[in-house]
Design a protein around this ligand. Structure first.
Ligand code: SF4
Length: 331
């Protein structure tokens, strides 16, 4: 049986890479949703590559959350399965193994056609990216003009991340709709904030097509309320991420200076994994996060105090107009 059913995983190619580089012990990271398959994967990889595998069992948020010091494990390489590279790991061999979903997309993309207007900006996640040509063929076959572009942060043409939508923003001007092919709420919510184009979501797993019309207004109302609450604070914390691909310390320092200039007490707080429990013992009345930009947006209701993004801090301090609201993205 395949170790990761439903995904195209070329273990032979991975084993060949490890053998060619003389790797004897390797650390492996899997996406959260596939951790229940780790034992099958470890066994298959150990057999295919004649290596010793250490499975990294901590929660991982993706390619922004790599182990960057393998010395305590005595491993010579990190294999990160499920995502492509979004940042460098100097001095460490990191092998990225993006996972292509084998789930068909044809039916749901065809079902989305009546909801789309030309030109269409097409985007998806790394797991469906190999099927981008099929998506384009279906859309163009229906007479639609299709636009795709590469973004920053390692995004290939048509690929979006929860913290980077350059593949859409870069070509949004003059487009009439956005089609996102993928599952869940995470990416559609970010898309709704990153662009105000009509958004259509085609979910290959449920075969559902839906238009996302009210999400942007709902989230912006929540953000406006968070900014208003934060405006009452006189003691702030600036949360600086320490995960490998979430480090924006210089921006955190700038936020601290903005708050100091405005007369507030403020501390820089370095955090790997933020949680409501972690903040319980801290006296600050409001926070700015320069870590994963989605913490402030998606998890807002879990926290008892407002957490703003850097552009939202500018609105709060009166140096940016609300009309110029900007979704916080990694470059
Ligand atoms: S959205 Fe957050 S968790 Fe996802 S890749 Fe970006 S920084 Fe990491």
């Amino acid at each position: 049986m395949e170790p990761l059913p439903g995904y195209a995983l070329d273990l032979t190619a991975l084993a060949a890479q490890l053998t060619a580089k003389g790797i004897r012990r390797v650390a492996v990271q899997l996406p959260e949703g596939l951790r229940h398959r780790h034992a099958a994967l470890v066994a298959a990889l150990e057999q295919a590559a004649s290596v010793e595998v250490v499975y990294l069992a901590d929660h991982t948020f993706g390619a922004c959350d790599l182990v960057t010091d393998l010395r305590p494990l005595g491993a010579q390489a990190l294999v990160h399965i499920g995502h492509n590279q979004i940042h460098a790991t100097p001095g460490q061999l990191t092998i990225y193994v993006p996972l292509e979903s084998l789930h068909p997309i044809d039916e749901v993309v065809s079902a989305a056609l009546p909801s789309l207007h030309s030109p269409v900006v097409l985007c998806t996640t790394s797991q469906h990216l190999p099927k981008l040509p099929t998506m384009i063929r279906i859309l163009e076959g229906a007479g639609l003009e299709v636009r795709t572009a590469a973004g920053g942060r390692g995004c290939e043409a048509g690929q979006v991340l929860g913290c980077h939508y350059g593949a859409v923003r870069n070509i949004a001007a003059g487009a009439a709709s956005v089609l996102f092919v993928g599952s869940g709420e995470f990416h559609p919510l970010g898309l709704a904030l990153a662009t105000d184009l009509p958004l259509v979501v085609a979910d290959p797993y449920t075969n559902e097509v839906r238009t996302v019309a009210t999400t942007r207004d709902r989230i912006l109302r929540q953000r406006s309320a968070a900014i208003a609450k934060a405006a009452q604070a006189t003691h702030w914390g600036v949360i600086v991420g320490t995960k490998s691909g979430q480090i924006r310390t210089a921006q955190g320092v700038r936020c601290r200076e903005q708050l100091r200039t405005a007369g507030h007490q403020v501390e820089l707080l370095a955090v790997a994994t933020l949680s409501p429990e972690l903040l319980l013992g801290f006296p600050q009345q409001a926070f700015v996060s320069v870590s994963c930009p989605r913490i402030a947006i998606d998890d807002a209701t879990r926290y008892d105090r407002p957490i703003l993004t850097p552009p939202e801090l500018e609105i709060c301090l009166g140096t940016r107009a609300w009309e110029d609201y900007l979704f916080d993205e990694f470059p």
